[in-house]
Each structure stands twice: as structure tokens, then as C-alpha cells.
Design a protein around this ligand. Sequence first.
Ligand code: PXL
Length: 276
Amino acid sequence: MTLKKILTIAGSDTSGGAGIQADLKTFQEHGTYGMTALTVVVTMDPATWSHSVYSLPIDVLKSQIKTAVSTGIDAIKTGMLSTEEVIATAGNAIRESELSTVVIDPVMVCKGEDEVLNPGTVDAMIEHLLPRALVVTPNLFEAGQLAGTGTPKSLDEMKEAAKKIHAHGAKNVFIKGGKGLKSDTAADLLYDGQAFTLYEAEKSENHYNHGAGCTVAAAITANLANGLDVKDAVGEAKKFVTAAIANGWQLNDFVGPVYHGAKNKFGAPEVTLTEV
Ligand code: PXL
């Protein structure tokens, strides 16, 4: 048996819904083989759930990347990258791999925490990661940071941000609007440099959605590794995460992760595509 091998360069979410845990669970559900290069370990205070972020030494990160790349990988995904040095290291690894199946999830904050991890990281992502991205998957806040426009609040503002991010070199820009827009659906926008496609699903009543952003980016990566084109990879990933959110569950008083196994267990929800 051979499986497509995917390396995720990302952080560990100890609570298991986001980060490298979301990536590995999602890769597994897609019949792909996940490998990891850990950048940080995130822990949560049991009394308040406030996050602490512990960076691993850069040599440890480089050593992990070397190990995984030596096996011959098919795709790379990036998640939480805490410093400019870590971002440059991930960018170099992508360049040296010569892979085109590269998905950049430009994680800047954890949900509930409202400061960018480190202000210099936005410019570093623009320099080292966006020019190498087949798909970049910002949420609304991250799109506003990368575009320099401020957080989009409408479809027109999402389109404007997507164009600016595309101009930084990302071949496809997928902005995760999710429940953030005042529309009746959970709507995300794909821009390939020519056309805008809106992906819509029913808005979930469920508020247990921790890890949704990492999960959709991981699903896009796995679908691309398995040979889907970008438009279909995104469409299938949207179904995967919509099911995962609909079946999100309460882990404790503070957090409810998505259920990464939901689509395979319960079936795919409906997602509609519209050129806009
Ligand atoms: O959801 C963003 C995210 C990404 N990566 C790690 C995280 C989080 C949020 O908690 O912990 C490691």
C-alpha cells in the first residue's frame, strides 16, 4: 500500500481540536499519511483556559523537517508559526522541497485570543510563504492583516482582500468567512486570480467549532495530495468541515472541538458553489 505523505509544520494544541492534532486526524480521515514538524506547544490554564505558547528551539524544528522530507513527501501544510525565524525556516523547507502542493494556513491567533502572536510575522508570511502557496486559507481577521485592509465585513470587502493577497503571490486565496459575515449561510470565498467562487453551507446552530480553521485547511491539503484540483479540493473540504462543526462537542466548560470524523461517519452535508 502506498499513501500520500503530508508534512504539517504547525503547533500542538494540547486540547486536541486544532493545530497539529486537527491536521493528523483530518489527514487520517482522508486516507493520507501525516507527518509533523512541531513549532510550538500550546497549553491552557485549567482555571481560565488562557493559552501559553512554548516555542521549540529552531534546531529542533529544522531537524524534524529534515526527517520528514527525507521520506519523500507529497504535500506540505503550515499552521501556527510563532516567529519570523520559524516562518523563514518553513519557507526555505518549501522552496527546497520543490513541491507545488503547498497549503498555507496563516494562523495569527487562537480563537478567543485577540492579539497577533508577534506583529512581524505578517510581513514574514508575505515574504516567505505567500509566494510559495498553492492555496492560502486566512480567516477574515487574517485576510485583513495580509491584505492590509482591515477585517472584511462584506463579500465585496472579502473580494478586495483576496485580490490583494493574490498579488502577494498566492495562486489561490480561500477566505474563511464562516459564520463571520451577516449572511444566512456559512460562506467562504475562493479566488484563483480570475474568478471568485462562493462556497456556502447551512449555518450551524452549534457553537462548538474549535479547530475548524485548521481542519478545513488540512482537508484541502489532503484532497490536493489525493489528486483533486483546487476547486474540488476546497469543495470537498468545506463538506468535511461543515460536518465536523455540526458534530462539534463540549470538551469542558471552556472549549468545544469539532469532530474530525463526522463526514466519514455520518455523511456529507450539502455545499453550494456560486460564481460571484
Ligand atoms: O485555531 C488556531 C490554532 C492553531 N494551532 C494551534 C492552536 C490553535 C488554537 O488554539 O492551539 C497549535
